[in-house]
Design a protein around this ligand. Structure first.
Ligand code: GLY
Ligand code: MN
Ligand code: MN
Length: 434
Protein backbone atom coordinates (compact mmCIF):
# COMPACT_ATOMS: atom_id res chain seq x y z
CA UNK A 1 0.00 0.00 0.00
CA UNK A 2 1.33 3.42 -0.92
CA UNK A 3 -1.16 5.35 1.25
CA UNK A 4 -0.99 4.17 4.84
CA UNK A 5 -3.47 4.55 7.68
CA UNK A 6 -1.65 7.53 9.20
CA UNK A 7 -2.50 9.51 6.08
CA UNK A 8 -6.23 8.88 6.54
CA UNK A 9 -5.96 9.93 10.19
CA UNK A 10 -4.15 13.09 9.19
CA UNK A 11 -6.96 13.90 6.74
CA UNK A 12 -9.55 13.52 9.53
CA UNK A 13 -7.52 15.90 11.68
CA UNK A 14 -7.21 18.41 8.88
CA UNK A 15 -10.95 18.31 8.22
CA UNK A 16 -11.73 18.88 11.91
CA UNK A 17 -9.35 21.83 11.96
CA UNK A 18 -10.94 23.33 8.86
CA UNK A 19 -14.48 22.98 10.23
CA UNK A 20 -13.60 24.19 13.74
CA UNK A 21 -16.51 22.62 15.58
CA UNK A 22 -19.49 20.32 15.05
CA UNK A 23 -19.60 16.66 14.14
CA UNK A 24 -19.02 14.94 10.82
CA UNK A 25 -20.74 11.70 9.86
CA UNK A 26 -19.72 9.77 6.73
CA UNK A 27 -21.20 6.42 5.89
CA UNK A 28 -19.83 3.86 3.48
CA UNK A 29 -21.89 2.36 0.65
CA UNK A 30 -23.84 -0.86 1.06
CA UNK A 31 -23.45 -4.05 -0.92
CA UNK A 32 -25.68 -4.03 -4.00
CA UNK A 33 -27.69 -7.13 -4.85
CA UNK A 34 -27.01 -8.54 -8.32
CA UNK A 35 -29.58 -11.30 -8.00
CA UNK A 36 -30.89 -13.31 -5.07
CA UNK A 37 -27.93 -13.79 -2.73
CA UNK A 38 -25.17 -12.61 -5.06
CA UNK A 39 -23.84 -9.07 -4.95
CA UNK A 40 -21.91 -6.79 -7.31
CA UNK A 41 -18.23 -6.37 -6.42
CA UNK A 42 -18.12 -3.84 -3.60
CA UNK A 43 -16.43 -0.48 -3.96
CA UNK A 44 -16.20 1.98 -1.08
CA UNK A 45 -17.74 5.41 -1.27
CA UNK A 46 -14.88 7.71 -2.29
CA UNK A 47 -15.42 10.21 0.56
CA UNK A 48 -15.55 7.41 3.13
CA UNK A 49 -12.40 5.89 1.70
CA UNK A 50 -10.62 9.25 1.68
CA UNK A 51 -11.07 9.64 5.43
CA UNK A 52 -10.71 6.05 6.60
CA UNK A 53 -9.18 3.57 4.15
CA UNK A 54 -11.52 1.07 5.84
CA UNK A 55 -12.76 -1.47 3.30
CA UNK A 56 -16.04 -2.80 4.77
CA UNK A 57 -19.49 -1.88 3.50
CA UNK A 58 -22.01 -0.01 5.68
CA UNK A 59 -19.37 1.21 8.16
CA UNK A 60 -19.70 4.77 9.46
CA UNK A 61 -17.10 7.24 10.67
CA UNK A 62 -17.88 10.03 13.09
CA UNK A 63 -15.57 12.94 13.82
CA UNK A 64 -16.07 15.31 16.73
CA UNK A 65 -14.15 18.38 15.64
CA UNK A 66 -13.54 19.96 19.06
CA UNK A 67 -12.21 18.27 21.10
CA UNK A 68 -10.92 16.09 18.28
CA UNK A 69 -12.26 12.57 18.69
CA UNK A 70 -13.07 9.91 16.12
CA UNK A 71 -15.19 6.77 16.05
CA UNK A 72 -15.63 3.96 13.58
CA UNK A 73 -18.84 1.95 13.57
CA UNK A 74 -18.53 -1.40 11.86
CA UNK A 75 -20.06 -4.86 11.60
CA UNK A 76 -19.99 -7.32 14.46
CA UNK A 77 -17.21 -9.87 14.36
CA UNK A 78 -19.07 -13.06 13.49
CA UNK A 79 -17.13 -16.28 12.98
CA UNK A 80 -20.05 -18.06 11.30
CA UNK A 81 -20.65 -15.25 8.85
CA UNK A 82 -16.93 -15.12 8.10
CA UNK A 83 -17.07 -18.73 6.87
CA UNK A 84 -19.37 -17.55 4.08
CA UNK A 85 -18.36 -13.99 3.37
CA UNK A 86 -14.79 -13.69 4.57
CA UNK A 87 -12.90 -11.67 7.14
CA UNK A 88 -14.68 -9.04 9.23
CA UNK A 89 -12.51 -6.66 11.28
CA UNK A 90 -14.99 -6.09 14.07
CA UNK A 91 -15.18 -2.65 15.73
CA UNK A 92 -12.24 -3.00 18.14
CA UNK A 93 -9.79 -4.19 15.51
CA UNK A 94 -11.12 -1.66 13.00
CA UNK A 95 -10.38 1.18 15.43
CA UNK A 96 -6.94 -0.19 16.25
CA UNK A 97 -5.81 -0.79 12.68
CA UNK A 98 -7.33 2.34 11.17
CA UNK A 99 -6.34 4.65 14.04
CA UNK A 100 -9.75 5.73 15.39
CA UNK A 101 -10.17 6.61 19.06
CA UNK A 102 -12.97 4.12 19.49
CA UNK A 103 -14.60 1.30 17.54
CA UNK A 104 -18.27 0.59 18.12
CA UNK A 105 -20.73 -1.89 16.77
CA UNK A 106 -22.98 -0.58 14.02
CA UNK A 107 -25.99 -1.48 16.11
CA UNK A 108 -25.02 1.23 18.61
CA UNK A 109 -24.81 3.90 15.92
CA UNK A 110 -28.19 5.56 16.55
CA UNK A 111 -27.72 5.81 20.31
CA UNK A 112 -24.15 7.06 20.14
CA UNK A 113 -24.92 9.62 17.48
CA UNK A 114 -27.96 10.71 19.42
CA UNK A 115 -25.73 11.53 22.40
CA UNK A 116 -23.34 13.49 20.21
CA UNK A 117 -26.12 15.38 18.46
CA UNK A 118 -27.53 16.45 21.81
CA UNK A 119 -24.22 18.18 22.52
CA UNK A 120 -23.43 19.65 19.09
CA UNK A 121 -25.22 22.31 17.15
CA UNK A 122 -23.66 21.57 13.78
CA UNK A 123 -23.67 18.29 11.93
CA UNK A 124 -21.91 17.87 8.60
CA UNK A 125 -23.20 15.21 6.19
CA UNK A 126 -22.56 14.37 2.54
CA UNK A 127 -25.38 16.04 0.68
CA UNK A 128 -26.12 13.00 -1.47
CA UNK A 129 -26.62 10.69 1.51
CA UNK A 130 -30.31 11.43 1.80
CA UNK A 131 -31.10 8.41 3.93
CA UNK A 132 -28.48 9.43 6.53
CA UNK A 133 -29.93 12.94 6.49
CA UNK A 134 -33.36 11.38 7.11
CA UNK A 135 -31.99 9.34 9.99
CA UNK A 136 -30.23 12.33 11.57
CA UNK A 137 -33.39 14.45 11.21
CA UNK A 138 -35.35 11.70 12.91
CA UNK A 139 -32.88 11.55 15.80
CA UNK A 140 -32.98 15.35 16.15
CA UNK A 141 -36.74 15.31 16.14
CA UNK A 142 -36.76 12.63 18.79
CA UNK A 143 -34.27 14.61 20.91
CA UNK A 144 -36.32 17.77 20.73
CA UNK A 145 -39.54 15.92 21.65
CA UNK A 146 -37.82 14.42 24.66
CA UNK A 147 -36.44 17.79 25.66
CA UNK A 148 -32.92 16.49 25.77
CA UNK A 149 -32.13 19.49 23.69
CA UNK A 150 -34.12 21.85 21.54
CA UNK A 151 -32.20 19.95 18.97
CA UNK A 152 -34.43 20.25 15.99
CA UNK A 153 -34.50 24.01 16.25
CA UNK A 154 -30.86 24.51 17.08
CA UNK A 155 -29.10 21.85 15.07
CA UNK A 156 -27.93 22.75 11.65
CA UNK A 157 -27.37 20.05 9.05
CA UNK A 158 -24.62 21.36 6.80
CA UNK A 159 -23.36 19.93 3.53
CA UNK A 160 -19.87 18.56 3.98
CA UNK A 161 -19.07 18.31 0.30
CA UNK A 162 -17.53 21.65 -0.52
CA UNK A 163 -15.10 21.44 2.44
CA UNK A 164 -13.92 17.98 1.45
CA UNK A 165 -13.92 18.66 -2.27
CA UNK A 166 -11.37 21.41 -1.73
CA UNK A 167 -9.12 18.92 0.06
CA UNK A 168 -9.64 16.16 -2.47
CA UNK A 169 -9.01 18.30 -5.52
CA UNK A 170 -5.39 19.14 -4.63
CA UNK A 171 -3.46 15.89 -4.76
CA UNK A 172 -0.78 15.14 -2.17
CA UNK A 173 2.61 13.58 -2.95
CA UNK A 174 1.26 10.16 -1.86
CA UNK A 175 -1.82 10.48 -4.01
CA UNK A 176 0.30 11.46 -6.99
CA UNK A 177 2.40 8.34 -6.49
CA UNK A 178 -0.72 6.18 -6.62
CA UNK A 179 -2.21 7.97 -9.63
CA UNK A 180 1.09 7.83 -11.53
CA UNK A 181 1.14 4.11 -10.86
CA UNK A 182 -2.44 3.68 -12.12
CA UNK A 183 -1.66 5.81 -15.18
CA UNK A 184 1.40 3.74 -15.92
CA UNK A 185 -0.45 0.41 -15.77
CA UNK A 186 -3.20 1.81 -18.01
CA UNK A 187 -0.71 3.19 -20.48
CA UNK A 188 0.95 -0.21 -20.78
CA UNK A 189 -2.45 -1.94 -21.06
CA UNK A 190 -3.28 0.22 -24.09
CA UNK A 191 0.05 -0.71 -25.68
CA UNK A 192 -0.57 -4.39 -24.95
CA UNK A 193 -3.93 -4.15 -26.68
CA UNK A 194 -2.49 -2.29 -29.68
CA UNK A 195 0.21 -4.91 -30.12
CA UNK A 196 -2.24 -7.82 -29.96
CA UNK A 197 -5.29 -6.43 -31.73
CA UNK A 198 -4.72 -8.79 -34.70
CA UNK A 199 -5.55 -11.74 -32.40
CA UNK A 200 -8.96 -10.34 -31.44
CA UNK A 201 -12.16 -10.66 -33.44
CA UNK A 202 -14.66 -8.92 -31.15
CA UNK A 203 -14.65 -5.78 -29.04
CA UNK A 204 -15.24 -7.79 -25.86
CA UNK A 205 -12.05 -9.72 -26.50
CA UNK A 206 -10.15 -6.44 -26.50
CA UNK A 207 -11.95 -5.55 -23.27
CA UNK A 208 -10.88 -8.90 -21.79
CA UNK A 209 -7.29 -8.15 -22.75
CA UNK A 210 -7.45 -4.80 -20.93
CA UNK A 211 -8.94 -6.38 -17.81
CA UNK A 212 -6.35 -9.12 -17.89
CA UNK A 213 -3.51 -6.63 -18.12
CA UNK A 214 -4.87 -4.44 -15.32
CA UNK A 215 -5.30 -7.41 -12.98
CA UNK A 216 -2.03 -9.06 -13.90
CA UNK A 217 -0.23 -5.84 -12.97
CA UNK A 218 -1.87 -5.29 -9.60
CA UNK A 219 -4.93 -3.25 -10.49
CA UNK A 220 -7.88 -5.56 -10.12
CA UNK A 221 -10.56 -3.06 -11.12
CA UNK A 222 -11.34 -0.70 -13.94
CA UNK A 223 -11.90 2.94 -12.96
CA UNK A 224 -15.02 2.83 -15.17
CA UNK A 225 -16.50 0.44 -17.73
CA UNK A 226 -14.09 0.25 -20.64
CA UNK A 227 -15.31 1.69 -23.92
CA UNK A 228 -14.13 -0.51 -26.78
CA UNK A 229 -15.76 1.04 -29.81
CA UNK A 230 -14.84 -0.03 -33.32
CA UNK A 231 -16.05 1.69 -36.48
CA UNK A 232 -19.27 3.65 -36.08
CA UNK A 233 -19.63 2.62 -32.42
CA UNK A 234 -17.00 5.26 -31.64
CA UNK A 235 -19.65 7.90 -32.38
CA UNK A 236 -21.64 6.73 -29.35
CA UNK A 237 -19.88 8.63 -26.58
CA UNK A 238 -20.66 6.22 -23.73
CA UNK A 239 -20.58 3.00 -25.77
CA UNK A 240 -19.99 0.07 -23.41
CA UNK A 241 -21.79 -2.76 -25.21
CA UNK A 242 -18.48 -3.90 -26.66
CA UNK A 243 -20.16 -6.65 -28.70
CA UNK A 244 -19.31 -5.85 -32.34
CA UNK A 245 -17.02 -7.75 -34.64
CA UNK A 246 -13.80 -5.94 -35.54
CA UNK A 247 -13.28 -4.86 -39.12
CA UNK A 248 -9.69 -4.32 -40.28
CA UNK A 249 -10.46 -1.19 -42.27
CA UNK A 250 -12.02 0.58 -39.26
CA UNK A 251 -10.55 2.62 -36.46
CA UNK A 252 -11.07 1.47 -32.88
CA UNK A 253 -11.58 3.93 -30.01
CA UNK A 254 -10.57 2.53 -26.63
CA UNK A 255 -11.35 4.57 -23.52
CA UNK A 256 -10.08 2.55 -20.57
CA UNK A 257 -8.21 3.05 -17.32
CA UNK A 258 -7.56 1.00 -14.23
CA UNK A 259 -8.19 1.90 -10.61
CA UNK A 260 -5.28 1.51 -8.21
CA UNK A 261 -5.67 1.83 -4.42
CA UNK A 262 -8.98 3.55 -5.13
CA UNK A 263 -7.57 6.10 -7.59
CA UNK A 264 -8.53 6.37 -11.26
CA UNK A 265 -6.69 6.71 -14.52
CA UNK A 266 -8.44 7.58 -17.77
CA UNK A 267 -6.90 7.11 -21.22
CA UNK A 268 -8.40 7.12 -24.71
CA UNK A 269 -6.54 6.05 -27.80
CA UNK A 270 -7.92 5.64 -31.31
CA UNK A 271 -6.03 3.60 -33.90
CA UNK A 272 -6.54 1.55 -37.08
CA UNK A 273 -7.40 -2.08 -36.40
CA UNK A 274 -5.52 -3.17 -39.51
CA UNK A 275 -2.36 -1.30 -38.52
CA UNK A 276 -2.30 1.54 -41.08
CA UNK A 277 -4.38 4.73 -41.10
CA UNK A 278 -6.19 5.42 -44.40
CA UNK A 279 -5.68 8.97 -45.73
CA UNK A 280 -9.07 10.30 -44.47
CA UNK A 281 -8.54 8.61 -41.09
CA UNK A 282 -5.07 10.14 -40.89
CA UNK A 283 -6.38 13.61 -41.76
CA UNK A 284 -9.00 13.57 -39.03
CA UNK A 285 -6.70 11.97 -36.47
CA UNK A 286 -4.04 14.63 -37.08
CA UNK A 287 -6.52 17.41 -36.34
CA UNK A 288 -7.67 15.81 -33.07
CA UNK A 289 -4.05 15.24 -32.05
CA UNK A 290 -3.18 18.85 -32.80
CA UNK A 291 -6.23 20.00 -30.81
CA UNK A 292 -5.20 17.80 -27.89
CA UNK A 293 -1.65 19.18 -27.86
CA UNK A 294 -2.97 22.75 -28.07
CA UNK A 295 -5.25 22.03 -25.11
CA UNK A 296 -2.45 20.45 -23.05
CA UNK A 297 -0.28 23.52 -23.65
CA UNK A 298 -2.94 25.57 -21.83
CA UNK A 299 -2.74 23.53 -18.64
CA UNK A 300 -0.92 26.09 -16.50
CA UNK A 301 -1.38 27.33 -12.98
CA UNK A 302 -3.83 30.29 -12.91
CA UNK A 303 -5.15 29.64 -16.40
CA UNK A 304 -8.91 29.24 -16.55
CA UNK A 305 -10.39 25.73 -16.54
CA UNK A 306 -11.85 26.70 -19.92
CA UNK A 307 -8.57 27.63 -21.60
CA UNK A 308 -7.72 24.08 -22.74
CA UNK A 309 -11.25 23.66 -24.14
CA UNK A 310 -11.03 26.97 -26.00
CA UNK A 311 -7.66 26.00 -27.49
CA UNK A 312 -9.00 22.60 -28.61
CA UNK A 313 -12.08 24.11 -30.24
CA UNK A 314 -9.99 26.57 -32.25
CA UNK A 315 -7.99 23.75 -33.85
CA UNK A 316 -11.05 21.54 -34.40
CA UNK A 317 -13.01 24.40 -35.99
CA UNK A 318 -10.12 25.12 -38.37
CA UNK A 319 -9.97 21.43 -39.25
CA UNK A 320 -13.70 21.21 -39.92
CA UNK A 321 -13.39 24.20 -42.24
CA UNK A 322 -10.28 22.84 -44.01
CA UNK A 323 -12.14 19.60 -44.72
CA UNK A 324 -15.08 21.63 -46.04
CA UNK A 325 -17.38 20.00 -43.53
CA UNK A 326 -18.28 23.45 -42.23
CA UNK A 327 -18.21 26.48 -44.52
CA UNK A 328 -18.21 29.48 -42.20
CA UNK A 329 -15.14 31.29 -40.88
CA UNK A 330 -13.42 29.75 -37.86
CA UNK A 331 -14.76 32.57 -35.67
CA UNK A 332 -18.31 32.01 -36.88
CA UNK A 333 -18.02 28.24 -36.42
CA UNK A 334 -17.00 28.90 -32.82
CA UNK A 335 -19.47 31.70 -32.10
CA UNK A 336 -22.44 29.82 -33.54
CA UNK A 337 -21.19 26.63 -31.89
CA UNK A 338 -21.44 24.81 -35.24
CA UNK A 339 -18.57 22.54 -34.19
CA UNK A 340 -20.91 21.01 -31.60
CA UNK A 341 -22.44 18.73 -34.20
CA UNK A 342 -19.05 16.97 -34.37
CA UNK A 343 -17.59 17.78 -30.96
CA UNK A 344 -20.37 17.78 -28.40
CA UNK A 345 -18.59 17.18 -25.10
CA UNK A 346 -16.20 19.17 -22.93
CA UNK A 347 -12.43 18.76 -23.17
CA UNK A 348 -11.77 18.11 -19.47
CA UNK A 349 -12.97 16.84 -16.14
CA UNK A 350 -11.20 16.51 -12.81
CA UNK A 351 -9.76 13.11 -11.98
CA UNK A 352 -8.80 11.50 -8.66
CA UNK A 353 -10.53 8.92 -6.49
CA UNK A 354 -13.42 9.21 -8.92
CA UNK A 355 -12.77 9.22 -12.63
CA UNK A 356 -15.05 12.27 -12.83
CA UNK A 357 -13.68 13.65 -9.62
CA UNK A 358 -15.09 16.20 -7.21
CA UNK A 359 -14.34 19.91 -7.52
CA UNK A 360 -16.08 22.94 -8.95
CA UNK A 361 -15.77 23.91 -12.59
CA UNK A 362 -17.30 27.35 -12.06
CA UNK A 363 -17.11 29.87 -9.23
CA UNK A 364 -20.32 31.20 -7.61
CA UNK A 365 -20.48 33.95 -10.24
CA UNK A 366 -20.45 31.38 -13.03
CA UNK A 367 -16.87 32.04 -14.14
CA UNK A 368 -14.63 29.03 -14.87
CA UNK A 369 -12.30 28.37 -11.96
CA UNK A 370 -8.52 28.95 -12.16
CA UNK A 371 -6.24 25.94 -12.34
CA UNK A 372 -4.19 25.21 -9.22
CA UNK A 373 -1.01 23.19 -8.75
CA UNK A 374 -1.78 19.63 -7.70
CA UNK A 375 -5.05 19.35 -9.61
CA UNK A 376 -5.44 16.64 -12.23
CA UNK A 377 -7.63 17.07 -15.26
CA UNK A 378 -8.14 15.05 -18.40
CA UNK A 379 -7.59 16.50 -21.85
CA UNK A 380 -9.81 14.62 -24.25
CA UNK A 381 -10.92 16.36 -27.45
CA UNK A 382 -12.56 14.35 -30.20
CA UNK A 383 -14.42 14.44 -33.49
CA UNK A 384 -17.45 12.29 -34.25
CA UNK A 385 -19.00 12.12 -37.71
CA UNK A 386 -22.53 10.86 -38.09
CA UNK A 387 -23.79 8.91 -41.08
CA UNK A 388 -25.20 12.08 -42.53
CA UNK A 389 -25.27 13.73 -45.95
CA UNK A 390 -23.70 16.88 -44.57
CA UNK A 391 -20.50 14.91 -44.02
CA UNK A 392 -18.23 13.84 -46.92
CA UNK A 393 -18.66 10.10 -47.43
CA UNK A 394 -15.09 9.22 -46.48
CA UNK A 395 -15.55 10.72 -43.00
CA UNK A 396 -18.93 9.23 -42.13
CA UNK A 397 -19.16 6.95 -39.09
CA UNK A 398 -15.68 7.83 -37.87
CA UNK A 399 -15.19 8.73 -34.21
CA UNK A 400 -11.84 9.80 -32.80
CA UNK A 401 -10.88 10.82 -29.27
CA UNK A 402 -7.45 11.18 -27.68
CA UNK A 403 -7.31 11.46 -23.90
CA UNK A 404 -4.52 11.98 -21.39
CA UNK A 405 -4.41 12.76 -17.67
CA UNK A 406 -2.58 15.98 -16.86
CA UNK A 407 -1.23 17.35 -13.56
CA UNK A 408 -1.17 21.12 -13.12
CA UNK A 409 2.35 22.16 -12.17
CA UNK A 410 3.08 25.86 -12.70
CA UNK A 411 3.82 26.37 -16.41
CA UNK A 412 5.08 22.84 -16.87
CA UNK A 413 2.09 20.51 -16.87
CA UNK A 414 2.95 16.86 -16.37
CA UNK A 415 1.18 14.45 -18.71
CA UNK A 416 0.83 11.44 -16.42
CA UNK A 417 -0.08 9.17 -19.33
CA UNK A 418 2.63 10.39 -21.71
CA UNK A 419 4.15 6.92 -22.07
CA UNK A 420 1.04 5.81 -24.00
CA UNK A 421 1.79 6.32 -27.70
CA UNK A 422 -0.39 8.65 -29.77
CA UNK A 423 1.74 9.81 -32.72
CA UNK A 424 0.70 8.22 -36.01
CA UNK A 425 4.09 6.64 -36.76
CA UNK A 426 4.43 5.32 -33.20
CA UNK A 427 1.00 3.71 -33.37
CA UNK A 428 1.65 2.17 -36.78
CA UNK A 429 4.89 0.68 -35.53
CA UNK A 430 3.17 -1.05 -32.58
CA UNK A 431 -0.22 -2.18 -33.86
CA UNK A 432 -0.40 -5.92 -34.47
CA UNK A 433 3.24 -6.51 -33.58
CA UNK A 434 2.57 -8.53 -30.42
N1 GLY B 1 -13.91 7.53 -19.42
C1 GLY B 1 -14.79 8.55 -19.07
C2 GLY B 1 -14.35 9.83 -19.59
O1 GLY B 1 -13.43 9.90 -20.37
O2 GLY B 1 -14.83 10.85 -19.21
MN1 MN C 1 -12.25 11.29 -19.27
MN1 MN D 1 -12.04 8.41 -20.72
Amino acid sequence: MIINNKVYKQRRKQLAKTLGDGIVIIRNSSDQIRSNDTTYPFRSNSYFHYFSGFPESDAVIVINCKPFKTWIFSKTKDKTKEIWDGFIYGPAEAAKQFLFDQGLDLKHFNDSVSDLLAKNSKVYLLQEDLSLRGLVSKILNHLSKNKRADAFLKNEIISLNSFVDRMRSIKSIDELKVIRHAANISSRAHQFVMANIHSDSYEYQVEARLRYFFGAHGARNEAYSSIVASGKNACTLHYIENQSRLNKSDLILIDAGCEYEGYASDITRTFPIGGKFSEPQKDLYSVVLEAQKAAISQVKKNNSFNDPHTAAIKVLAQGLRDFKILKNSVNAIIEKKEYKKFYMHRTSHWMGLDVHDVGDYFDPKGKPVRLMNGQILTIEPGLYFPDDRSVPKVFRNIGIRIEDDVLVNNNQAEVLTSSCPKEIDELESIIGKG
